[in-house]
Design a binder for this molecule. Structure first.
Ligand SMILES: Nc1ncnc2c1ncn2[C@@H]1O[C@H](COP(=O)(O)OP(=O)(O)OP(=O)(O)O)[C@@H](O)[C@H]1O
Length: 204
């Protein structure tokens, strides 16, 4: 179980982004998070994955603090995959940084063998996104924060990506926080949904 306990966060002293935010994400649960642009959704996602530290409150995984070393069991997947890869590494090295997906897993996520010898700049944003999603599914990973990951994909590729992720999550009982402006997508993927507004979370 991934828990946020009364998180508070601000980038500058007079502008609180998040205030007293608590949430629970269970193994196997798909939870949707919507909110206006700038509401703090990505900030909350980064706090949950340990990319940012809260000024008040804390995050626990199975009752303990997130580990400081090794593969991070809570993975934050950002909207822009090109910011999350080393441009000097070929795609094969990027994909296999933490683990080696099987050929069947590559196929399920639409990752083509011919991309592996190329550099990430030569892949489209949607192609690189699929590489990054698969890269994040190392065996140690228990939770995903999927932050607008399908925005740049065409509808068919989007569907295929979510189907592959659903299947993998079901198999491994991964908990997934899906962050999106697309409320129809959230309604389709997530039985429980929250809306972030004015620094507060409300069921939606
Ligand atoms: N590093 C930073 N320094 C200062 N302010 C920041 C920083 N990162 C984000 N912010 C501000 O914090 C607020 C929340 O940003 P965040 O990216 O979490 O919003 P969001 O809900 O994910 O927005 P969007 O839907 O547009 O992606 C915004 O006003 C943003 O400008």
């Amino acid at each position: 179980m991934l828990n946020a306990h009364r998180l508070g966060f601000r980038f500058s002293p007079d502008t609180p982004i998040l205030e007293d935010i608590s949430l629970t994400l269970k193994a196997g649960q798909w939870l949707g998070l919507s909110g206006d642009s700038g509401a703090g959704k990505s900030t909350l996602g980064k706090l949950l994955a340990g990319y940012l530290m809260p000024q008040t409150g804390y995050v626990t995984l199975e009752g303990a603090a997130l580990p400081k070393n090794g593969v991070q069991p809570v993975q934050w997947l950002p909207q822009s995959p090109e910011l999350a890869v080393n441009p000097r590494w070929r795609v094969a090295k990027i994909l296999r940084e933490a683990w080696t997906p099987s050929d069947a897993q590559c196929q399920a996520f639409g990752v083509k063998p011919k991309w592996l010898s190329r550099f990430p700049q030569s892949l489209s944003g949607g192609e690189l996104q699929r590489v990054c999603v698969l890269r994040a599914l190392a065996p140690e990973v228990r939770f995903l924060v999927a932050d607008e990951i399908s925005t740049m994909l065409d509808p068919i590729t989007q569907l295929e990506l979510w189907q592959a992720l659903k299947q993998e999550a079901q198999l491994r009982q991964l908990g997934v926080l899906v962050i999106s402006h697309d409320t129809a997508l959230l309604e389709r993927l997530c039985p429980q949904r929250l809306h972030l507004s004015g620094g507060q979370l409300k069921p939606y």
